[in-house]
Design a protein around this ligand. Sequence first.
Ligand SMILES: CCCCCCCCCCCCCCCCCC(=O)N[C@@H](Cc1ccccc1)C(=O)O
Ligand SMILES: [Zn+2]
Ligand SMILES: [Zn+2]
Length: 515
Amino acid sequence: MAGRLRGAALAGCLGLCGTALALLAVVLLRAYVLRPAPGPRVWGRRPELGFELSARDRRELKEALRGAIKIQTVSFSPDDQNTTALAEFGNYIKKVFPAVFSAKFIQHEIIGEYSHLFTVQGSDPQLTPYMLLAHMDVVPASQEGWVAPPFSAEERGGFIYGRGTMDNKNSAIGILQALEFLLRKDYRLRRSFYIGIGHDEEIYGHKGARKIADLLEARGVKLSFLLDEGSAILDGFIKGIKAPVAVIGITEKGALTVKLSVEKEPGHSSAPPKETSIGILAGALSRLEQNPMPNMFGHGPEIRTLEHLASEFTFPLNLIMTNLWLFSPIVSRILQQMPSTNALIRTTTAITMFNAGIKTNIIPPSAKATVNFRIHPSQKAEEVLEIIKTTIADDRVKIDVQETFDPNPISPWDNQAFGVQIFRRTLLDVFPEVSSVAPGICIANTDSRHFAKLTDAIYLFNPLIIKPDDFLRIHGLNERISVEGYEKQVEFLYQLIQNSDIKKLPEPHANSHEL
Ligand SMILES: CCCCCCCCCCCCCCCCCC(=O)N[C@@H](Cc1ccccc1)C(=O)O
Ligand SMILES: [Zn+2]
Ligand SMILES: [Zn+2]
């Protein structure tokens, strides 16, 4: 009997060990044998014009950006913008980019009073046009806490400091600068393209980008791709990856902004009720913060980012990332630890405004707060609103939706995706240190969502190498760009325009079935 039991135990143990060994074999096989081959595509044609800058070009390029930063194009709220500065920005670009404004094949239109649309006519009408999008408005900046005043565009240690240096005058001015340089070298464009520069992106883009999109739609325009801000070349964001990796947004999160309010009878503070409007609202807000929206890891494109980058990770993370079918519970727990990666895997909750109270000895008649949610690509605004109501679970808290939109559809990412191949080619040309190009999610929102009817190929990417510390500067203190980084951005755009002039993508290399 005892022998039979020992035999059964041994057989059980062997079975378990066998399963463990088989699992290990699959894990190793996927990590080391079945890795997608990142083989290069064969591009016969190189950009015609190299990006060699004279000392004068360099100075001009830097001063053009610095001049733009000094114009205080601040969007405070949907009905409060610095319109004098917005108009000044229009005059400024006319002065700084004379070749762009005098070329016969470039049409310039002002849309919604302050936004700009450039139609750059290529010589081959058979080629589907593309679009480069940027915005000139900026969020407000406090005067305190900056090493140099936010609209001084001061240069320190190789960096230009100022609001808009990364978000997003670097793109607005950078695109025009790249085109200006190409025109001065008599480059004749083959593929038409549009440049859109919005003036109210930071307050939803209804009067700028939305109107540009409506106009192009009315003209029957279809785009082969659209490129806007929203992601970057990430350096040091992902534990276990040493080299910088280009993560190109193939979708952006949705958004839902709700106003919460509680009204109660005012009175003398010496005989207070059990709960005041402030206490009730604070409780509701605390419940929202303490109960984050569900972790959706694996339901959106975030998993594709990790799969693409798997072979970039050092051991043993490479084993884990190539085997997400097994390790995703661990990975999703790790991702939720840092705010920037937590934002990739769930709808985020941010309490952004709170107003209440009149005087120290008056029971507050009302308390109001604003909560801003950024919706994960696998959820819809309606579903998020239901979760909010259930979490607050208090009828005394009035919930008003201020603004909402669902996440963008997911743009194509494969060997036939024209835009993706052009970005990849251009990244290889301009940033040889970038080891991988992966699809990702833009965790914030951009003007690009207004263009969904013109193309299904919307990409969010700024050709800038950014570190976690830089990310905090966007909408924060000491926003800055390195002069070298800005030159690289202009070079990227200069080569991108030339690379896009290719008629047809080259056939994929025999080994490069995946990007
Ligand atoms: C695989 C690891 C990835 C780690 C993620 C790190 C992400 C780093 C990305 C850096 C680029 C950030 C670019 C931000 C663009 C910001 C654009 C913006 O500020 N938009 C406004 C628009 C808006 C929306 C709603 C109301 C008013 C304005 C925004 O707040 O989203
Ligand atoms: Zn922006
Ligand atoms: Zn912004």
